[in-house]
Write a protein that binds this ligand. Structure first.
Ligand SMILES: Cc1cc2nc3c(=O)[nH]c(=O)nc-3n(C[C@H](O)[C@H](O)[C@H](O)COP(=O)(O)O)c2cc1C
Length: 355
């Protein structure tokens, strides 16, 4: 049997294989609510056989949305429809996960197909929050520097979002600390210019993330896994580096984080990245080996053979895919055939099973 299709257990949760649907913003919500689009989008990937399906960056507060169309989990009313989705995913043998997020200074934008630009107040935009009053791009409105009260509120928002996510039936929580969103902004010396306990030295810049992890872990059932997505490098001279990520991963491991999801970039608009197949896999490998924590590899992974090789070489414990799973929701079923592994198909589809 291919390693890709061997089950993996973390705490009380068993993933039937090592293929994960990456969180992908759908910009298809009104007032944060999930709807039929989310059910079909996430549900088809459960039918397609992925082991874990992580729902998109889901805002812990209204001002934490990238766009007014983002999915949210800041009020109890959001729970009901999410429950329907998690029940469907579980009924098809996959594990439902959710990425909890605050977009920080990258909030208050229009969706990609509505222009992807900052929204003014009269277009429904709002003042964004950040560690410092430094914009992502020179042309963006300045964010407001977060006060100590804002920081306390943020921790409460993540805690309440975690409680709601559990009520909605999610079995894995992933914290979004990557791609230049709020938690990532605190980590980097290039976006965090604070002079209080949350800025300056490495220990101060990682403080907020560690406190959010503590807050989330304090309410998250012990038997459920906690993942953290980081930008392992920000691809800028003098910015957050893979060495910083290894140090951070060691601290997160001590805080009972189970998995580091190793992405990169997105925090500094002048970043220089050479994107090519598997380009972020070395980050997952280094963090796994040097920090001794399980990792997930993501980014430009598109074939069954690549997935299997990452696992066989011990570079990561899970393989996360985004665009390939948009192109082919049935990728896991096809990959099993490619890797000569027999896995069950949904009974409704059995007559179409590749022999
Ligand atoms: C449509 C789309 C939406 C995305 N939304 C998110 C998101 O909500 N959270 C996140 O961490 N990454 C997001 N990403 C990044 C992906 O999760 C993934 O890290 C990236 O696309 C690289 O993987 P890939 O080469 O397999 O697509 C998104 C990517 C796409 C294509």
């Amino acid at each position: 049997m291919a390693l890709l299709f061997e089950p993996l257990s973390i705490r009380s949760i068993q993933f039937k294989n090592r293929i994960v649907v990456s969180p992908m913003c759908e910009y298809s919500s009104e007032d944060g609510f999930a709807n039929d689009w989310h059910l079909v989008h996430l549900g088809s990937r459960a039918v397609g056989g992925a082991g874990l399906i992580i729902a998109e960056a889901t805002a812990v507060s209204p001002e934490g949305r990238i766009t007014p169309d983002d999915l949210g989990i800041w009020k109890d009313a959001h729970i009901d429809f999410l429950k329907r989705i998690t029940a469907f995913i579980e009924a098809h043998g996959s594990v439902p996960g959710i990425q909890l997020a605050h977009a920080g200074r990258k909030a208050s934008h229009s969706s990609p197909w509505k222009g992807n630009r900052p929204l003014s107040q009269n277009e429904g935009g709002w003042t964004t929050l950040a560690p410092s009053a430094v914009a992502y791009k020179e042309t963006d409105p300045l964010p407001r520097k977060m006060s100590t009260e804002d920081i306390e509120q943020l921790k409460n928002d993540f805690t309440n979002a975690t409680l709601r996510a559990m009520q909605a039936g999610f079995k894995v929580i992933e914290l979004h600390a990557a791609h230049g969103y709020l938690l990532n902004e605190f980590l980097s010396p290039l976006s965090n210019h604070r002079t209080d306990d949350y800025g300056g030295c490495f220990e101060n810049r990682v403080r907020l993330l560690l406190e959010v992890v503590d807050a989330v872990r304090s309410v998250l059932t012990e038997t459920l896994p906690l993942f953290v997505r980081i930008s392992a490098s920000e691809w800028v001279e003098g910015g957050w580096s893979i060495e910083d990520s290894v140090q951070l991963a060691k601290l997160l491991k001590n805080k009972a984080v189970d998995m580091i999801d190793c992405s990169s970039g997105g925090n500094i608009s002048t970043q220089k990245i050479t994107v090519k197949p598997l380009y972020q896999v070395p980050f997952a490998e280094r963090i796994k080996k040097e920090a001794g924590i399980a990792t997930a590899a993501v980014g430009m992974i598109t074939t069954a053979e690549e997935c299997e090789e990452i696992l066989q070489r011990g570079q990561a414990d899970l393989v996360i895919m985004a665009r390939q799973l948009l192109r082919d929701p049935y990728f896991p079923l096809h990959a099993a055939k490619k890797l000569n592994t027999d896995i069950p198909w949904p009974v409704q589809y059995e007559r179409a099973k590749l022999k």
